[in-house]
Design a protein around this ligand. Structure first.
Ligand code: CA
Ligand code: CA
Ligand code: CA
Ligand code: CA
Length: 402
């Protein structure tokens, strides 16, 4: 007995004496999946070589990103899922995840960020473990958006897409990139379907003649939205606070930390010769470090709050579950409004019939009418940009017309 006891003590002392070997890295060290949408940098960033499959491309995406290189996610919806060798802690009152991209002023290609804690402990991100980061455009986005791309008849053809709002468009082939735009390791798929939140369009042809496009940045909460560095340090606006996470019902979630991060291209817009808006991703980094730069050092004094973890696991034991049925049961109480800049309409999907009114900021009623269950539109096309108040069945919501 005594001998065994001593050997255990000895082993523990050894482990404690060699922390450098077991030190955790702040940089992501896994890519679970790399599934880009069609785009002009697909099959080149990273390069696809004949015979390589999805697992090979995930490995290539890890090799590129973890070393500070870049991958492209293609058009709307294309995504990458990364993991870490530790749980990225949600520290109080500070941002926790730093995402590097290739944005610069006038070239913002915002990606939506999702985060997951490994609730079931299987070391894998499961569908019901994802929570969306509520970025600055959340209220002005289309949620439950579904975009379907159709494999072209030949590699030189533009790639058509349709969405669940009745829109359609193309990812256009251009003169700068001759390779196939359809992910070639998915060449046997007739369609690629992506779903999530569609952010507002952020590209504008400021020349008016198609020569000069400006892709404006959003305030916060997205990848590839602002430059990586500011004043010689990691740009605070390139960081994500895990406290911005919301569940499928739009409620704020207090997460203890995250084990996995998913990023997808959030804008579905083509900007002339610039081509499709496509998010780029480099390193995804635990922002709690004692040293920034190319060789960041994790601050291991930042640890998960056990009380937050216990409360989170108690509330989300079954994961992130939508309460759509409950929404139906309580009428239009949880109705969400979306402003579509392209059509100038407020769109909403109503569980039940109701009455809607629109007021301007001065309280002047501009519209009043009843609506039926299902998709509805209120046209604000004739009104100037600004804040509008929409009252549905007695509940008032704000809509920003840009
Ligand atoms: Ca935080
Ligand atoms: Ca899991
Ligand atoms: Ca891009
Ligand atoms: Ca970019």
């Amino acid at each position: 007995m005594e001998k065994i006891y001593l050997s255990v003590v000895f082993a523990a002392a050894m482990a404690a004496a060699t922390p450098a070997i077991n030190a955790e890295s702040p940089v992501h060290n896994k890519v679970f999946e790399y599934t880009p949408a069609p785009g002009q940098f697909i099959n080149t960033l990273p390069e696809w070589i004949e015979g390589e499959d999805a697992a090979d491309m995930a490995a290539k995406a890890l090799e590129a990103t973890a070393s500070g290189g870049m991958i492209s996610l293609g058009g709307y919806g294309g995504y990458v899922v990364v993991g870490f060798d530790h749980t990225v802690v949600n520290a109080e009152d500070v941002r926790d995840i730093y995402v590097e991209g290739n944005a610069f002023a006038g070239s913002s290609e915002p990606g939506v960020v999702l985060v997951a804690y490994d609730i079931n402990g299987n070391d894998m991100p499961d569908d019901n473990e994802w929570f969306e980061i509520r970025g600055s455009e959340y209220d002005y986005s289309k949620h439950n958006y579904v975009c379907t791309y159709y494999r072209p008849a030949d590699d030189n053809a533009d790639i058509r897409w349709t969405d669940n709002y009745g829109n359609e468009g193309y990812v256009y082939k251009n003169q700068f990139h001759a390779q196939p735009y359809w992910p070639q390791w998915l060449a046997d798929r007739e369609t690629l379907v992506f779903s999530g939140t569609r952010l507002p369009d952020n590209g504008e042809d400021q020349s008016g003649n198609g020569t000069y496009y400006v892709l404006s940045e959003f305030d916060y909460g997205y990848a590839d939205n602002v430059p990586n560095n500011a004043s010689g340090a990691w740009n605070e606006d390139a960081k994500i606070d895990i406290d911005w996470a919301v569940d499928l019902n739009g409620n704020a979630v207090k997460m203890p930390g995250v084990d996995f991060v998913k990023i997808y291209t959030g804008v579905n817009q083509t900007n002339g010769w610039l081509g499709e808006n496509s998010t780029e991703v480099c390193r995804v980094i635990d922002a709690h470090v004692t040293q920034e730069g190319s060789n960041p050092v994790l601050d291991e004094s930042v640890t998960v709050d056990q009380a937050v973890l216990d409360a989170f696991l108690a509330e989300y034991a079954d994961g992130n579950i939508s309460s759509v049925e409950a929404v139906t049961a309580v009428g239009n109480d949880n109705l969400r409004l979306y402003f579509d800049a392209a059509t100038g309409c407020i769109n909403f999907n109503a569980p039940v019939a109701g009455v809607a009114m629109v007021f301007n900021q001065n309280g002047v009623m501009l519209y009043s009418g009843s609506f039926l269950p299902g998709e509805n539109h209120i046209d604000l096309g004739g009104y100037p940009a600004g804040l509008y108040l929409v009252r549905v069945d007695g509940r008032t919501m704000k809509i920003l017309k840009k």
